[in-house]
Design a protein around this ligand. Structure first.
Ligand SMILES: [Fe+2]
Length: 282
């Protein structure tokens, strides 16, 4: 993998508490009262200045139905990231600054100088900066969702690669899309890419499970877009409940070793998120 150092998590404790409070439809005051935490101290935690005690975190986890171990790890800036099993294809995470954060796109090498691209990043200039020199040719482009930091380079990529079309969630706004719905697969460059329809963060959102056709028993990869992050979930801007339902559903489909490649933050695995993700841990 070309980026050995894992990047920072997308979400800190404050983000997770805020998202979970929204899922539970609790105001800050209601959450503070239910968790027996002073509302000023809770507000500090939401503003990234947490000094909540283990006992307070435990009570908040109970009220918000979050995994206490994962929440405590986030609070200590020690959320665990797993060792990754080798994938049967080269994966290139392309990390691009966007606003105050970082957005990820991914290339999977398909032999020689060819690759398949998942999302097109914050802008074409940023995509170009992150692009590995050995990849010169695209066989296909897949889009997880139509948000600025994930489709910034899309028009230019389609034009320069002469692909003209891409695979993505069906959308009337994009005449170039070959719409992929739940369970539909595409075979390209020795890969089988299976789409899962996961509305929640956005109404039009897909995740993609990628397997090698030559090594079908090899470790699979889930390109999760803004559904599942290491240690968190994408914001449920379209529908919080569906975001939660689909993230649990998709995690339930994955083998332990499956590598998860999110739209923001570091790579993780299904086993790691089943164990520690505050929203998803069993
Ligand atoms: Fe995003």
């Amino acid at each position: 993998m070309p980026t050995p150092d894992p990047p920072a998590l997308e979400d800190e404790l404050g983000d997770v508490l805020e998202k979970a409070a929204r899922h539970a439809q609790l105001s800050l005051e209601a959450l503070a009262a239910a968790g027996g935490v002073d509302s000023g101290r809770l507000k500090d935690a939401l503003d990234y200045r947490s000094d909540l005690t283990v006992a307070e975190l435990g009570r908040l986890a109970t009220v918000l139905r979050l995994n206490e171990v994962g929440l405590a790890a986030l609070a200590q800036n020690r959320y665990p990231l797993p060792a990754l099993a080798g994938l049967p294809f080269p994966l290139y995470p392309l990390r691009m600054p966007f606003g105050v954060g970082v957005a990820n796109a991914y290339l999977i090498g398909t032999g020689g100088d060819a690759a398949v691209l998942f999302d097109t990043g914050a802008s074409h200039a940023e995509l170009h900066r992150a692009w590995p020199a050995n990849i010169q040719r695209l066989e296909a482009v897949f889009i997880t969702h139509y948000e600025a930091e994930h489709i910034g380079g899309l028009e230019v990529v389609l034009r320069e690669s002469e692909l003209r079309r891409f695979h993505g969630p069906p959308s009337g706004r994009w005449p170039q899309v070959r719409g992929l719905g739940e369970g539909q697969s595409v075979e390209v460059g020795g890969l089988r890419v299976t789409a899962f329809h996961t509305p929640g963060h956005a109404a039009e959102h897909n995740c993609y499970l990628v397997r090698s056709l030559a090594a079908p028993a090899g470790t699979p990869l889930l390109v999760s877009g803004d559904l599942i992050f290491a240690g968190s979930l994408g914001g449920g801007y379209f529908c919080c409940q569906r975001q939660l339902t689909h993230s649990r559903r998709i995690l339930g489909l994955l083998d332990d070793a499956t590598v998860i490649a999110p739209g923001h933050g570091p790579l993780t695995t299904a086993a790691n998120e089943r164990r520690f993700n505050p929203f998803l841990a069993e």
